[in-house]
Design a protein around this ligand. Structure first.
Ligand code: Q9C
Ligand code: ZN
Length: 772
């Protein structure tokens, strides 16, 4: 078991035989460079190597017409003139005598990968293929794509393994219209694509690439388009899109398999995409998808034309699949205005189809505002202005990639992935591979000084645990250990957390995220100075005592926990950029082991994997579940029982509104926020940064004393549907799922509630939603 890497060197054979500036970027070096870099980094060696095979014609026939397959087969015998003439019949396509062989290998590679993952031979994997696939249609080659590798794999997974729900995530910078057409009326495949769109002015110039296209007939709600109307999208924009659009829908959909159309032309430096996501962003995006489908994630190369950027991004994706901790995201975690507008538009278009969106505020955006490059026509290719912009972008990419490589060198993988502190009673616990027991303990005077004053009842066992936790915190902040788990006696839980916080600060951590679930008091002498972000789930009420001291009431349903993680915890955590995350599961935390595992798995991203989880010794199974995910295993699938409580949703909405002015990653749409003035959208997010110990950076604003900023109008009705929901406390709404296993509201009360919402439920809705 492990991560599969599927490849065949023959896929580097196809190449452009004539002059065509549009097609020349799709070159053999894309594959060879990526593979070479995986070897250099020692990543290929850690994977299960699978040789690609050629797909059979029957397999191609799962998506393509026999006539089209015959046309492509025929290209093997054509001369260059004939190949060029045939290529000219399609948009942005070239054929080579080896194209048929390569394209069949590309499909076959993806099928090998899907078979390996669905038979359990591998947990997940990557297929490095050429030609790409997502633009290809039933009888049409398009955009360098000949056969639709991912679509065929999805069909294959359904036929051979009887899968009912497959998620396709297309993070390539172009719209995979081929995949969209193939599954647009199909509720068994949820297709998400973000893409450079520029209001329809970017290739392939299709109105159906816009957010309003949500699918056809029974497939309505299963096509999700997130068009980027500006170039220059950054890490914050991509993560915001995942947290606020893709992931809520994906968890509600509950896929059995995740296929990623992994184009890296959405990364920095790419001449096609002109976006700015740095390589580690793809580690984070992949890591965020691993909790779906029990970790059955198949990643398939699509585009990506900047060889350096491509190679590094591929490495980061593989590291995520291997379960390695991520490099923390670089850049300011503030999404740009245009990104927020796009996110808001797709949420509004999809809200009729997804409960998870209905239960979150969908405030109307103000009129589209001008962004830095908006209003001005993009420079025409060939103009001096265009050449200048391209040179500047290339230089910016070179700087960003070299600083990425510096950061990579500065943050080597800690020798130990996970260390666990156990009391003697837990001796018979089976530790997953990669997990070691923390035996060493702080000794003598130092331990006395740190631990003794905190041991409530001066029990020796507590003292021993505290000494080990002390060493563990040191190990994590020194880079010796990536993460840890400590099981403490209940009586020592608060003291252990307090000591871990103080030790972290003492060792120079600039920002500590404390996520406390259940009843554990905030240490009374803890300064609210922006160094600690204290987030308590399970307190009496929803309130933000400051921007760094936030309480969420006990969550009543699994769906509520998910909304809390995606809509509150992760946006705050990614915005805060903690040096260390402390997760404490205190008395009566109420989380099932699978929920706690999900929480811990998803919290790995923001701190680059530096997590210390504190649990109670009475539940060794919980410690084991956490050890699994922290050492890199996928958390178990939540399954179809997930529900959201309306009351919880309202609490979360209330907090999000209060906190969004300071925590920009929470912003989905803030109708009261002033728009940036022309040309300011990029400047306004470039907060000043201060260098801190360890080479990281920190936004100065988080050093300031927190100020509670209340938006005007908060006292009024809480948003659409709020009035109608009063008196329906404690009621839960079962999720809506696809007709292939879609669950409609089961109980009377829930159905009524859905009708009270501003957006009609799937059942209440009469006519088709926004068409183009
Ligand atoms: N400058 C893939 O990435 N050319 N295909 C567009 C706009 C076609 C991209 C021209 C790009 C095809 C798989
Ligand atoms: Zn692309």
């Amino acid at each position: 078991m492990g991560t599969a890497l599927v490849y065949h060197e023959d896929m580097a054979m196809a190449r452009l035989l004539w002059d065509d500036p549009e097609c020349e970027i799709e070159c053999p070096e894309r594959l060879t460079t990526a593979l070479e870099r995986l070897r250099q980094r020692g990543l290929e060696q850690r994977c299960l190597r699978l040789e690609a095979r050629e797909a059979t014609e029957a397999e191609l026939g799962l998506v393509h017409s026999p006539d089209y397959v015959a046309v492509v087969r025929g290209t093997q015998a054509l001369d260059t003139t004939e190949l060029r003439a045939l290529s000219g019949q399609y948009d942005a396509v070239y054929f080579h005598p080896s194209t048929f062989h390569c394209a069949r290998l590309a499909v076959g590679a993806v099928l090998q990968l899907v078979d390996a993952v669905l038979t359990g031979a591998a947990h997940n994997g990557l297929a490095l293929v050429r030609p790409p696939g997502h633009h290809s249609q039933q009888a049409v080659a398009n955009g360098f794509c000949v056969f639709n590798n991912v679509a065929i794999a999805a069909e294959h997974a359904r036929r051979k393994y009887g899968l009912k729900r497959i998620l396709i995530v297309d993070w390539d910078v172009h719209h995979g219209q081929g995949i969209q057409y193939i599954f647009e009326d199909d509720p068994g495949v949820l297709y998400f694509s973000w893409h450079r769109y520029e209001h329809g002015h970017f290739w392939p110039f299709l109105p159906e690439s816009d957010a309003g296209m949500t699918g056809q007939g029974p497939g309505q709600g299963f096509t999700v388009n997130l068009p980027w109307n500006q170039v220059g999208m950054e890490n914050a924009d991509y993560v915001a899109a995942f947290l606020h659009v893709l992931l809520p829908l994906a968890f509600e959909f509950d896929p059995e398999l995740v296929l990623i159309s992994a184009g890296f032309d959405s990364a920095i430096g790419d001449p096609e995409g002109q976006m700015r996501a740095t390589p580690e962003c793809f580690h984070h995006l992949t890591q965020l998808l691993v909790p779906l489908a029990g970790g059955r994630v198949c990643t398939v190369l699509e585009g990506g034309y900047h060889l350096e950027s491509l190679a590094e991004s591929v490495c980061m994706t593989v590291r995520a699949l291997l379960g390695d901790p991520a490099l923390p995201l670089s850049g300011t975690m503030v999404p740009c205005w245009s990104a927020l507008e796009s996110i808001q538009r797709v949420r509004a278009a999809q809200a009729p189809h997804w409960t998870s969106l209905q239960l979150q505020d969908v405030a109307p955006m103000p009129r589209p505002r001008a962004c830095s490059s908006e209003g001005r026509p993009p420079p025409t290719p060939g103009s001096p202005e265009y050449a200048g912009a391209a040179a500047a972008a290339a230089a910016e990419a070179a700087v960003a990639l070299s600083s990425f490589l510096d950061r990579l060198r500065l943050h080597p993988q800690p020798p130990v992935r996970t260390a666990i502190v156990l009391t003697s009673t837990d001796d018979n616990l089976v530790l997953p591979p990669g997990v070691v027991q923390q035996e060493r303990s702080a000794q003598g005077e130092e331990m006395e000084a740190w631990a003794r004053p905190r041991v409530a009842m001066a029990q020796d066992v507590s003292l021993t645990v505290l000494g080990k936790v002390l060493t563990l915190v040191d190990g994590i902040l020194d880079g010796q250990v990536s993460n840890g788990i400590a099981a403490t006696p209940t009586s020592a839980a608060g003291d252990t957390l307090d000591m871990a916080i103080q030790r972290g600060l003492y060792l120079g951590a600039q920002r500590l995220l404390c996520l406390v679930v259940g009843q554990l008091d905030r240490p009374s002498d803890l300064a609210d100075d922006g160094r600690i972000l204290w987030l308590n789930i399970g307190s009496q009420k929803a309130e933000a005592l400051s921007m760094f001291h936030i309480s969420v009431p006990k969550l009543r349903a699994t769906g509520s926990l998910l909304s809390c993680i995606l809509g509150l915890v992760l946006p705050l955590a990614y915005g805060f950029k903690p040096d260390l995350v402390l997760v404490a599961l205190g008395p009566s935390h109420g989380l099932e082991d699978t929920h706690a595992a999900l929480l811990a798995a998803m919290l790995r991203g923001p701190s680059g994997g530096r997590i210390l989880a504190l649990v109670q010794e009475s539940r060794p199974q919980l410690a084991e579940a956490l050890a699994r995910v922290l050492s890199g295993e996928a958390p178990p699938r939540l399954g179809p029982c997930s529900m959201t409580s309306l009351e919880d949703a309202q609490c979360l909405n209330h907090l999000r509104r209060q906190l969004a002015p300071r925590w920009k990653m929470l912003q989905v749409a803030d109708s009261a926020a002033p728009p940036p003035s022309l040309g300011q959208s990029r400047l306004s997010r470039a907060q000043p940064e201060v260098h801190v110990r360890g080479g990281g950076t920190l936004a100065t604003s988080s050093l300031c004393r927190p100020v509670m900023t209340r938006r005007r109008g908060n006292a009024g009705p809480e948003g659409p549907g709020a009035g109608g929901l009063r008196g329906h406390r404690e009621t839960v709404v079962p999720r809506l799922r696809g007709s292939a296993g879609r669950v409609l509201p089961a109980c009377q009360g829930a159905a009524e509630l859905v009708d009270h919402l501003a957006v009609p439920s799937r059942r209440a809705r009469g006519s088709a939603p926004g068409r183009l």
